[in-house]
Design a binder for this molecule. Structure first.
Ligand code: HEM
Length: 487
């Protein structure tokens, strides 16, 4: 009996392997995008991956062209590294590519595609409508004084012991969390942070223990065998939901329709569904906190490790500060000038440095995956329903056709040209990052006010921060410390 069962299992496995092999190596149409000619059952094309996914996808792009297909495990995937084609898909054909992949892990992580990041179709449209223009530059104007205050507190925290090296990540995380908290839930930073810190471990476990990009989740048979992982991911999300639910109840009972306080009030007033509001709020934290902290770390790396950049930024800021001080009749010898967001219009070099930093290190190198919801021809290529679609921001930002010497940090390139058609750290189109204006403000205020007061140095007082950069859904940096030299 046992041997009969083993024989049946063995042959079923064999048949499965053969069918999977045929499926992954057969062309569907003559317009299929080019792809590796040999793909394995289970692993698909990923047996050719190196440890870095970004570098592996670049290799595929070099070999098969800027629009190519591959099998990530059992998922047919389109790797789009062409800026013009990206525009076609993410703007012109957005309705066909508005959804996130319908994978088990994403369902588990997003409370069954509720909220914003993991949702699609009607749920996404409705939530997007509820948010409306809440994060538009005009709406954010009223928040500028509060963000400026948080920025100055952050600089104080960073520089309070100027001769002691500090790892800035935690302080940056607090800054971006406090900025987001005010906008989304209007809780006092200290009030939120106390509870938030309790959750931080859970957030980290939630994000890093359950990366939907892991190959593990892309192989059907493994996801059946290890379904407990999905149960765990659901539990983690539920913990976050329970926490935000208590804040939701409080908001409902204290809401004054004449004076909406924050995003949650706005969504309640627009009669959003309770679970959608709660999950959307969670998504704004998941989308906004680590990304902003990461960008600030990457900015530190860029300006410190590239000789002369900080001094040039400093000279620009110094000259603008003295112009402003004389316009405002302020005494430049007592108090350093505090830069406001409006000053950005007169800091072209700093703006170019921030842009170059986001170009060379796009924090989400492959954006967040989308799914094709209908068979479609886009340009010369046929894209099949269910294909997972990668917006390969990294490849575009390192494409020699757009950026000569792409691996060199050259802010000046953004002084001559804004490179708008092939620069999209925040994605592109109707589902691009809704927090990009918040990120712009947070970054500019911190960079301008810090670099006008301090020079950043590496831990040993030099100008070479040693840091490994690994990729995933987001870039991961090995911890590093810096020193601040008063100007
Ligand atoms: C410099 C920092 C940031 C970068 C580089 C970044 C980048 C991105 C990218 C590439 C996407 C995917 C867009 C797509 O699917 O096409 C995204 C989505 C998202 N981001 Fe950001 N982001 C940043 C900061 C923020 C901030 C500060 C917030 C919150 C205030 C935020 C909230 C979100 C949300 C909620 C989504 C999901 C949108 C959706 O699915 O419709 N992000 N972001």
């Amino acid at each position: 009996m046992f041997s009969l069962i083993s024989t049946i299992l063995f042959y079923s496995f064999l048949v499965y392997c053969v069918l999977s092999f045929i499926k992954k190596n057969k062309k569907r149409t003559k317009n299929d995008p080019p792809m590796p000619s040999f793909n394995l059952p289970f692993l698909g094309s990923t047996y050719r991956f190196e440890s870095s996914v970004v570098q592996s996808l670049l290799k595929f792009t070099k070999q098969y062209g800027k629009v190519n297909a591959l099998w990530v495990g059992d998922l047919y995937t389109l790797n789009v590294a062409d800026a013009v084609y990206i525009k076609e898909i993410w703007t012109k054909h957005i309705d066909n590519f508005i959804d996130r992949p319908n994978t088990k892990i994403l369902a588990a992580l997003s409370d069954d595609h509720t909220g914003l990041i993991g949702s699609g179709g009607k749920e996404w449209n409705r939530n997007k409508e509820l948010i409306g223009g809440y994060f538009s530059s005009l709406k954010l104007k009223s928040q500028l004084p509060r963000i400026s205050e948080l920025c100055m507190q952050t600089i104080d925290k960073l520089t309070k012991q100027p001769n002691t090296p500090i790892n800035p990540r935690g302080v940056f995380r607090e800054y971006s969390m406090d900025v987001n908290t005010g906008l989304i839930l209007s809780l006092e930073p200290s009030q939120m942070n106390k509870q938030y810190r309790e959750m931080e471990g859970r957030f980290d476990r939630f994000l890093h223990g359950n990366s939907p990009a892991s190959l593990f989740y892309c192989i059907d048979i493994l996801s059946i065998l290890f379904s407990y992982k999905f149960t765990d991911a659901r539990k983690q999300r539920q913990y976050l939901i329970d926490y935000v639910k208590s804040i939701y109840d409080d908001h409902v009972s204290t809401l004054d329709p004449e004076k909406p306080r924050d995003l949650m009030d706005k969504m309640i007033m627009e009669e959003g569904d309770e679970m959608s509001i709660i999950n959307t709020v969670i998504d704004f934290y998941l989308g906004g906190v680590d990304t902003t902290a990461l960008v600030l770390q990457l900015f530190f790396l860029s300006v410190t490790n590239n000789e002369g950049v900080q001094d040039k930024v400093y000279e620009e800021l110094k000259s603008l500060a003295s112009k402003r001080q004389s316009e405002l009749g302020l005494d430049s010898t007592t108090e350093p000038y505090q830069f406001t967001f409006a000053d950005r219009l007169e800091t072209p070099y700093l703006n170019a440095v921030i842009k170059e930093s986001l170009r060379i290190y796009p924090p989400t190198p492959n954006s967040i995956l989308r799914e094709c919801n209908q068979d479609i021809m886009v340009g010369d290529y046929f894209i099949r329903k269910g294909a997972m679609v990668i917006q390969n921001i990294w490849a575009v930002h390192h494409d020699e056709d757009y950026y000569p010497e792409p691996n060199k940090f050259i802010p000046e390139r953004f002084l001559e040209d804004n490179h708008a058609s092939h620069y999209f750290p925040f994605g592109i189109g109707g589902r691009s990052c809704p927090g990009s204006n918040v990120a712009d403000i947070t970054l500019f205020l911190l960079c301008a006010n810090l670099l006008s007061r301090f020079k950043i140095k590496s831990e040993d007082g030099g100008s070479n921060i040693k840091c490994d950069i690994k990729d995933g859904i987001m870039l991961h940096l090995s911890p590093f410390k810096v020193l601040f030299d008063q100007r």
